[in-house]
Design a protein around this ligand. Structure first.
Ligand code: NDP
Length: 281
């Protein structure tokens, strides 16, 4: 009986977590990817290239984007272009979307991934920094999405938003960053309903990532816990967008953590307190 029950559970898990991703769905897809010069964005650029996509890359540093572009062409991208843009400028999102439209003639995937630099430290009252970070990490996402939505509606495309566990569960030393990621969840989860209401076939995929081994993350957190590989995180994001998933959790067990978040708030805060080694006043 026990064996039979285990078999049924394993079968159900395999059914719900089966990989329905078809790499052909990305071949020839027109992709605009932000934050593409380093880290997870750079890795996404390489995966999209291997799948034969047509890509527009954007970030601030042209020398890095040029190198990523060259590698993308070697890996098999059908077309690659790049545009330098600083998302702290309110004009940048419209300019970038128009560039992508002009180069690719349309858009199937908009992947919003960039973030502005922010210190991993206790809140020091720097409201100006929070305002700036909101512009880069949140408002520019809203502006990029809003400029691209009519084009994505035509292609029945995908809008992929890269977020973080700290956009679902708050932890110390990430006040402003966490606020920008919670804001993304609020805005894009509400927009998902509105698109469905208007019968617009644009899917929104919110990606919840744990600690990933990018240079930026390892340098900031100096965390002793295991960091997951950027190339795997990048692939999980791409698969989520291509299969039109509502949310992607990488690593997968973050989904369980997020379920427990609201059921057991005291235990949740207890775990965070013991991880950061403090007791409440
Ligand atoms: P990186 O710092 O490696 O990459 C950030 C990218 O954003 C770079 O391409 C950078 O390029 C670009 N960028 C920075 N500032 C601006 C700006 N003002 N305007 C336009 N582009 C800018 O970060 P990761 O790869 O680690 O993170 C990618 C995503 O994954 C983010 O959304 C992050 O929140 C999320 N994430 C990452 C985790 C991790 O542990 N690494 C954990 C959870 C979520 P340039 O400097 O050339 O502009």
């Amino acid at each position: 009986k026990t064996l039979c029950a285990a078999g049924i559970i394993a079968g159900l898990l395999a059914f719900f977590w089966r990989d329905t991703f078809n790499p052909d769905s990305i071949s020839g897809a027109r992709v605009l990817l932000t934050g593409a010069s380093t880290g997870i964005g750079e890795q996404m650029a390489y995966h999209y290239s291997r799948f034969g996509a047509e890509i527009v890359l954007t970030a601030r540093r042209g020398t890095l984007l040029q190198k990523v572009m060259e590698k993308c062409l070697q890996l098999g991208a059908k077309k690659v272009f790049y545009i330098q843009a600083d998302m702290s400028s309110p004009q940048a999102p419209e300019k970038v979307v128009q560039f992508a439209l002009q180069k690719l003639g349309g858009l199937d995937h908009l992947v919003l991934n960039h973030i502005g630099g922010t210190p991993f430290r206790m809140w020091d009252g720097d409201v100006e920094h929070t305002r700036w970070l909101m512009q880069v990490n949140f408002l520019s996402y809203v502006a990029l999405a809003s400029a691209a939505l009519p084009i994505l509606a035509e292609s029945k495309g995908s809008l992929v938003v890269v977020s973080s566990l700290t956009g679902k569960i708050s932890t110390p030393f990430t006040t402003s960053y966490s606020a920008t990621k919670f804001a993304l969840d609020g805005f894009f989860s509400s927009l998902r309903h509105e698109l469905a209401m208007q019968k617009q076939d644009v899917c929104i995929t919110l990606c919840i990532l744990g600690l990933i081994d990018t240079e930026m993350a390892l340098e900031k957190t100096r965390c002793v816990c295991a960091a997951y590989p950027a190339a795997e995180a990048a692939l999980a994001i791409i698969k989520g967008g291509a299969t039109r998933a509502r949310e992607v959790f990488y690593p997968w067990w973050l989904e369980l953590l997020c379920c427990l978040r609201d059921w057991f708030p005291d235990q949740r805060d207890g775990v965070i307190q013991s991880f950061y080694n403090y007791t409440s006043a």
